[in-house]
Structures are given as C-alpha cells and as structure tokens.
Design a protein around this ligand. Structure first.
Ligand SMILES: Nc1ncnc2c1ncn2[C@@H]1O[C@H](COP(=O)(O)OP(=O)(O)O)[C@@H](O)[C@H]1O
Ligand SMILES: [Mg+2]
Length: 310
C-alpha cells in the first residue's frame, strides 16, 4: 500500500480584486511507498508547500484527491499517523525547546507519564539535550530546525512530512538532518520531504518527484532517473597544442578551454581511448578522467527549461 497518494491534485488560488486565478498545482499524481524516503523537488514557487499543506489538511484542493495510507486527507484520522515539520518561521520564540515539545506533546494527547521520557529521548536524538532549557530565540537556525524535527517525531508517526528540512542549514546541519532522515527509514517510517537543494536529496532518496510550475515533470527511482542518458566521460588535460585542442574539441560532445587546461566530454569509450592516445602523443598531461554522471541538478534544470521556467 502507498503511504501517500495524490491523484489529479489541483489548487487554484484567487488573488487580488479581480480574483485572478493562480494555478499553483495542475493535476499532480504521485505515490510514495511505505518505508521509503521520497524527495519532492523543485524550484521555489513550484507548488511543494501547497501540496504539503493539502496533505496535512491545512488547505483544501480545488480538484483531485490525496490519501495518507488508506485514508483521504479530509478525514482527520488520516493525520493520526503523521508527523509534520512546516516550512520556515517559528512562532514560539519565547518557549524553551523543552516547553515547545511539551506543548506539542499535550496537543497530541500523549499521557503525562510518557511525555517526559519521550521528549528527553527525542532531544538526545536531535542533539539538543544540552540546550533544551534555552529559549528558542537563542537557538541557531540549525537548532530551530532540529527542535522542529523533534516536534514532528513526538507522536511516533508512521509517515513523516518535512517541508524544506535542510533549508538555511550549514553543511554540518544538512548532514545531521540527512542522517536523521536515514535513521527514520531504518525505523521503518516513511519520509516525504520537499527541497530545492537537490544535492541533499540525491544522497538519501529512494524515489523523487520533480515538480515545476505545478506539474510533476519527472518521477521515479533516483537510480533510474540519473542512470538514463548516463555515460560519457570527462577528460581534463594540460599542455595541448592548439591544433590538437581543435581536433579533440570536434570529437567531443562538449569542450571548455581556459589557459593551459582543457576539458572534454566524450560520449563513448572508443573516442576516449583515441583522445588519450592523441594527448600522450602530443606531450599533453592527463589531469583527470572521470565518468560524467548526470546530477539531479542537471535533470531539474533540463526539465525546467522544457516547461519554459528558465
Ligand atoms: N495563499 C496563497 N495565495 C495565493 N497564491 C499562493 C498562495 N500560496 C501559494 N501561492 C502561490 O502558489 C505557487 C506555489 O507556491 P508554493 O507551494 O509555496 O511553492 P514552493 O513551496 O514549491 O516554493 C507560488 O506561485 C505561490 O506564490
Ligand atoms: Mg515551499
């Protein structure tokens, strides 16, 4: 069974005096399997938060359907198994991390006897045990994100939805959040997170969907998406003669030269072998030879272009 399923999900906002329609979502279909990490990726304004707001029952879709497990999101029980980290700002600056979690634990109806242990345990897991008694306004951006994560996990949720969990974090903070997400999968939970930071998703996701201008333009297993059109080798050399540089440029699918250094991208092994011979004969030096793997970044840029976003 799918942990999350969207079918034909559309959302139109009406803005201003003339109620001009703004199509934030235009028929989004996707399905997240239980126990997977699913990356919901796309540039700013693509419709990620809108989708997540529908999933968490904060707003209603204009058309289409959404389910958490086998329950439609209109049913309040669908949120019983959900943990949620909203995007952005905190409105509870004056509370300590501990008080903030305490408040949410009460809202969730966690019995008093369990509350304390559960919160302590989570504070340790997100690395805030030493700062739990500090007010959130004294927290760094990373600490805020982590206390938000602790809150999302309070109810021991089967499905965790995180809106831009890595946004605004430094590299160390990003890695911590990534590790935490991986840990959640190990515990058998499903994680659905949005991000415009593709590199983060690339390292941890099973499946991704790329959303651009309210439409899912690409979806599937990361390995498949990035594997497609893979191949090609990137060769960097130094000290080529002008003549050889011209010649190799013509044989390559891409070439860049600056100063002494030249980069070539070749599509097949044979051409690479020939190029290597040429370089050696020319007295050039091979600086590096690496497989030209397509990144998620490339994929998204490509797809965004094809729908006229950039
Ligand atoms: N309440 C709203 N009223 C009008 N337009 C909105 C509202 N919420 C979002 N939008 C618009 O919908 C589009 C998608 O926004 P959003 O879902 O927040 O994108 P993302 O999270 O991918 O950056 C944007 O163009 C945004 O301006
Ligand atoms: Mg957003």
């Amino acid at each position: 069974m799918s942990a999350i399923r969207l079918r034909g999900l559309s959302k139109t906002f009406r803005k201003g005096f003339w109620m001009k329609p703004m199509h934030a979502l235009r028929g989004v279909d996707l399905s997240v399997r239980e126990g997977e990490i699913f990356g919901f990726l796309g540039p700013n304004g693509a419709g990620k938060t809108t989708t997540i707001k529908i999933l968490t029952g904060l707003i209603h879709p204009s058309a289409g359907e959404a389910w958490i497990g086998d329950l439609p999101v209109e049913v309040p029980e669908s949120r019983k198994k959900l943990g949620f980290l909203p995007e952005g700002t905190f409105f509870h600056d004056h509370l300590t991390g501990l008080e903030f979690c305490e408040m949410h634990a009460r809202l969730l109806g966690i019995p008093r006897a369990e509350r304390r242990d559960r919160i302590r345990d989570l504070m340790v897991r997100v690395g805030l045990a030493d700062s739990e008694a500090k007010q959130i306004r004294h927290y760094s951006k990373g600490m805020r994100q982590r206390v938000g994560l602790a809150q999302a996990l309070l109810g021991d949720p089967e499905v965790v939805i995180l809106d831009e969990p890595m946004s605004g974090l430094d590299p160390v903070g990003r890695r911590e959040v990534r590790d935490l997400i991986l840990e959640l999968r190990e515990q058998g939970r499903t994680v659905f997170f949005s991000s415009h930071v593709l590199a983060d998703a690339e390292m941890i996701c099973d499946q991704v969907a790329v959303i651009v201008a309210g439409r899912v333009v690409e979806t599937g297993y990361l390995a498949d998406l990035l594997g497609r059109q893979m191949g090609g080798v990137e060769l960097v050399v130094e000290g080529l003669s002008e003549e050889r540089w011209q010649e190799l440029s013509r044989a390559s699918r891409r070439s860049v030269g600056h100063g002494m250094r030249h980069l070539f991208e070749f599509s097949d092994e044979d051409t690479v072998e020939k190029a290597l011979d040429e370089v050696r004969r020319d007295g050039g030096r091979i600086v590096s030879l690496v497989p030209a793997r397509r990144s998620l970044e490339d994929l998204v840029v490509e797809r965004s272009r094809s729908v006229g976003m950039r």
